[in-house]
Design a protein around this ligand. Structure first.
Ligand code: DER
Length: 235
């Protein structure tokens, strides 16, 4: 499909531009676009990858690294990362983005922050101007289960009356993250989404919030594959 093709195009272009022989410690994001990132890195060959180490941002990301027969590393062992490449749910004109659609944004943000270069790869549906205008599900927020009801109340008061606990589809009950926490999806009005950094700080201060799926001033570039086979780059 053109969406899958555009994910592959974004991923391959970003790897070709940003993963070079001198890059030895590489952070691998989560979601349905990053498999194309791993595919392209594997295609650089065993000789190129034999002295590289790859740090995962989730169980899924770890599986991609293992199945790609790449060397698996740990962020405790490699706290400084050369390049992290990850997907996004929506990216605005300033490269701020919503992440967490896949419920992995806590570890993703740790590796995004730890990287000298953080790169986003996505299909054309994520290429936006104001966050929330294309990705309508709400800001993903990882919370400790003990506090989720209180946080829902506080989010309603903060400006998101429609904030909800993310329920699992293939399991009874809520989605549980790789860290054993719950996810809340909180849509906010466009006015508030125009200043994502302020909103990030206000949500982060709510007691029991572990991490917020707003990545502000972090990405160095974003690559979007388009249905016509072209690539749009924001930087
Ligand atoms: O959950 C996440 O943060 C993922 O990176 C998500 O934002 C992007 O997922 P996709 O590549 O499947 O659209």
């Amino acid at each position: 499909s053109s969406v899958e093709g555009s994910k592959r195009l974004a991923a391959w272009t970003a790897v070709d531009r940003h993963i070079h022989p001198e890059h030895k410690v590489i952070g691998i994001g989560s979601g349905s676009t990053v498999p194309y990132v791993v595919e392209r890195i594997v295609s650089q060959g065993k000789a190129m990858n034999k002295d590289r180490v790859f740090i995962p941002t989730s169980f899924q990301s770890k599986e991609l690294i293992v199945n790609g027969q790449l060397l698996l590393g740990d962020v405790d062992q490699y706290p400084v990362i050369d390049v992290t490449i990850d997907g996004a749910d929506e990216v605005d004109l300033d490269l701020n983005c919503i992440k967490g659609g896949g419920g992995c944004h806590l570890r993703e943000k740790v590796l995004a922050e730890a990287a000298d270069t953080f790169i986003l790869v996505a299909d054309y549906r994520k290429n936006s101007s104001v966050l929330g205008t294309m990705f309508k599900q709400g800001i993903p927020i990882e919370v400790v289960p003990f506090a989720y009801t209180k946080i829902l109340q506080n989010l309603h008061l903060l400006g998101s009356p429609k904030a909800v606990l993310r329920m699992a589809k293939a399991k009874a009950g809520p989605v549980v993250s790789d860290n054993g926490n719950f996810i809340i999806d909180a849509p906010f009005p466009e006015e508030m989404m125009k200043d994502p950094y302020t909103l990030l700080t206000r949500i982060k201060m709510l007691t029991g919030v572990v991490e917020v799926g707003l990545f502000c001033h972090m990405a160095k570039a974003a690559y979007f594959g388009n249905a016509d086979g072209s690539v749009t780059i924001k930087f």
